[in-house]
Design a protein. Structure first.
Length: 238
């Protein structure tokens, strides 16, 4: 999970229209997934799920960050409450996690308050732990713990047979990505003499730690754990 800056001051007009239609009783269930919402939310969230950070998910949901539970019409049509998530994560979250960190709130440093870790080998679980080094006034242990609980369910879930398979598939993608990232980091760390190759390594690492990359939080955590890599690449965190 990484922080997402998005402008919610001018929400897509279709949300207000749909809300009014539902309020007036003209329709029973207004549509918060109108075309303009989809178009904008996809751009705002870099076309990736905000929870697992899998890029270009094949099954997309417009998720209510705070559940509207069919009663709260303001939450249902509020653009700031609509998030871009994959079906797996939306399903894992369901209405069970009402107190997780908000990645669109710049005061909640989802990336630095949690350490994201996975060993690049098959069969291992993803690990999440609290990082207390970046505490500030908004640091909230209970909410960080709840976020970790959700991430654990998303990446390591065993609560149903289907979820176990989905989590395993997700980890497989993550491990593949992180393995390649480690390989290039190793080449970068060993290379001293071939500047053209080294430029390729640097460019690759820079592109992998961008916000629109797959599993950015895991890759940035790798960079942050090494003082040398941190010094070299942290300045490229966008
Ligand atoms: Zn997801």
């Amino acid at each position: 999970m990484i922080n997402i800056q998005r402008d919610v001051t001018n929400p897509p007009l279709c949300l207000e229209t749909e809300k009014k239609r539902e309020l007036s009783g003209k329709i029973k269930d207004g549509n918060y997934r109108c075309d303009k919402v989809i178009e904008r939310i996809k751009t705002d969230f870099f076309n990736k799920c905000y929870i697992c950070e899998n890029c270009k998910p094949t099954s997309i949901n417009v998720e209510h960050f705070r559940p509207h539970k069919s009663k709260n019409i303001d939450l249902k049509f509020s653009y700031s409450n609509l998030f871009f998530a994959c079906a797996h994560c939306n399903n894992c979250k369901s209405d069970d996690f009402e107190n997780i960190l908000d990645c669109t709130n710049t005061n909640e440093d989802v990336e630095n308050w949690i350490d994201y870790r996975i060993e690049p080998m098959e069969g291992v679980k993803a690990e999440f732990s609290i990082s207390e080094t970046n505490k500030n006034a908004s640091w909230d242990k209970a909410r960080i713990e709840e976020t970790i609980k959700l991430l654990d369910r998303v990446f390591n879930g065993e609560h149903t047979n289907i979820k176990e398979i989905e989590s395993e598939n997700l980890r497989s993608l993550l491990i593949e990505d992180v393995s390649i990232f480690y390989q290039i980091i190793r080449k970068f760390s060993k290379n001293q003499y071939h500047s053209a190759e080294q430029k390729e390594h640097v460019d690759f690492i820079k592109s992998e730690i961008r916000k629109d990359s797959n599993f950015t939080a895991f890759k940035r955590s790798i960079i942050k754990r090494s003082p040398k890599l941190k010094q070299e690449f942290e300045k490229y965190f966008d």
